[in-house]
Unconditional design. Sequence first.
Length: 115
Amino acid sequence: MGVVSKIAVARYVRNCVRREDVPRVSELAQLEGMTAEQLSRAFRARFGGRISDFMKAVQVRYARRLLRTTDLNTTRIAYLSGFGTRRTFFRAYRRVTGRTPADDQRNSGRGSSHS
């Protein structure tokens, strides 16, 4: 069983984001020729963290860039970042950054947090 790298996971997430599709561990595992459980275990053993958390962090980094550089509202940014719902986006964003997307958007002086 091969071990996927963080670069490969980030590439997969970026591809999902380009399609405005939600990244899924099960889909990545299938692409890598293993089960989701095998991929999750291998990722944790190699990097000491959950692959789903890493995937969300990649999505949040992209969303932060959009918040700083565009006037898009947070709902649009959620979808452009590969989140299935605005609520999921806000929850993941707060978990990764300790702040809300609206806080960061206000501090950047750009956009509106309204949907």
